[in-house]
Design a protein around this ligand. Structure first.
Ligand code: FAD
Length: 342
């Protein structure tokens, strides 16, 4: 039985930063994640994508953000149970909790923090009958290592930020990048749309709008995609490619957490956002992408904010008789934290 002050389900950016905030309050944390590595969506879906909205970082690759978070929490020595899914939660008579994973590892703590993000996520696949035949043979739904597309002919499909950002990024790596979208207008950030249009003008991205990929061809590996234009006069075209990357987002599944007796709304956990991000079960908090409340934004910086507020409440729950006075981390030795310690 692993004993700790705070069990954190989910080692995404929110869960990792919680170790820091809790550490300032001298609370020990143990993280559980179904993935084999920490970092959540940042590591699993877009490690090489730049992020532009982390305060103080004009630009940071998602993977580097995770490395920095790991460095930031190192001195608090968190525990990790990786590659195991938190399956059940059992409330004890004294109000504490035991969280058990699918591999039977048990964790015991007075507080549980769910930072489970989208839960176990599945990419949305386009309805192309042959698509599964070409998975890992030219078809990918997640870009983990952009270098594998060097000098390749790539077709990206989608109209959101992910499709736009990757089209921009791969324009310098692949020999040819085509961006296929079924509408004329893109849903992504205006800045990214303008960048794609600029790259299209100089021939680095081929924009194919009002069209969709309807079939895939190839013997063993993918060799061509069939693109159907809305304009019936243009009909269908067969385009030779090495890789097809449909980026239509993820369909979130909460997984076992959905059966923990928590109030769920639109596949997310309802929390009290006027106070401390606690769920309907006292002692169980939910922060980051996994929660919902009026005005919720699924952004990394919002998860960080929620983590800081939540830790104050968790501290009061664990030590109801102690009064905590908040100090800035720049005050030397605050709560045992020495900012100079690396
Ligand atoms: P996650 O990162 O989703 O991590 C949750 C973790 O919990 C996962 O590792 C999962 O395996 C684990 N988990 C879930 N259920 C269980 C369970 N039962 N047991 C064990 N582990 C479990 N945000 C920005 O602020 N700026 C951006 O530029 C930006 N770009 C993005 C681009 C893309 C393509 C995507 C998909 C998202 C982007 N986001 C961006 C959103 C950002 O990634 C999320 O807001 C952030 O990852 C949420 O962090 P989190 O820690 O709450 O959850």
């Amino acid at each position: 039985m692993i004993k700790t002050d705070m069990i954190i389900v989910g080692a995404g950016p929110t869960g990792l930063f919680t170790v820091f905030e809790a550490g300032l309050l001298k609370l020990k944390c143990h993280l559980i994640d179904a993935l084999p590595q920490p970092g959540g969506q940042c590591s699993e879906i877009y490690p090489k994508k730049p992020i532009y909205d982390i305060p103080g970082f004009p630009e940071v690759l998602a993977g580097d953000l995770v490395s920095n978070l790991m460095e930031q929490i190192k001195s608090f020595e968190p525990g990790f149970t990786l590659g195991e899914r938190a399956e059940t939660i059992d409330k004890q008579e004294d109000g504490s909790f035991i969280v058990t994973t699918n591999k039977g590892t048990q964790h015991h703590a007075p507080v549980v923090v769910i930072a489970g993000g989208l839960g176990s996520f599945e990419p949305r696949k386009p309805p192309i009958p042959t698509i599964t035949d070409f998975e890992d043979k030219g078809v990918a739904y997640i870009i983990k290592e952009p270098e594998i597309y060097r000098d390749k002919k790539v077709v990206i499909a989608g109209g959101g930020d992910s499709a736009l950002d990757w089209a921009i990024y791969l324009a310098d790596i692949a020999s040819e990048v085509s961006l296929v979208h079924r509408r004329q207008e893109f849903r992504g950030a205006l800045d990214s749309v303008e960048k794609v249009e600029e790259l299209s003008k100089i021939g680095k991205i081929k924009m194919i709008t009002n069209a969709e990929v309807v079939d895939l061809q190839g013997e063993e590996n993918l060799e061509a995609v069939v693109i159907r234009h809305k304009d019936t006069a243009r009909g269908e075209e067969v385009k030779e490619v090495d890789c097809f990357i449909p980026l239509f987002g993820l369909s979130p599944k909460l997984g076992p957490i959905a059966d923990w007796g928590l109030e769920i709304e639109k596949n997310a956990i309802k929390v009290n956002n006027s106070y401390d991000y606690q769920t309907n079960i006292p002692g169980v908090y939910a922060i980051g992408d996994v929660n919902t409340y009026p005005g919720k934004l699924k952004l990394i910086l919002c998860g960080f904010h929620e983590s800081a507020i939540m830790c104050q409440s968790a501290y009061q729950r664990i030590f109801p008789d102690k009064k905590y006075v908040m100090k800035y981390t720049t005050v030397s030795g605050v709560n045992g934290f020495d900012g100079s310690k690396k």
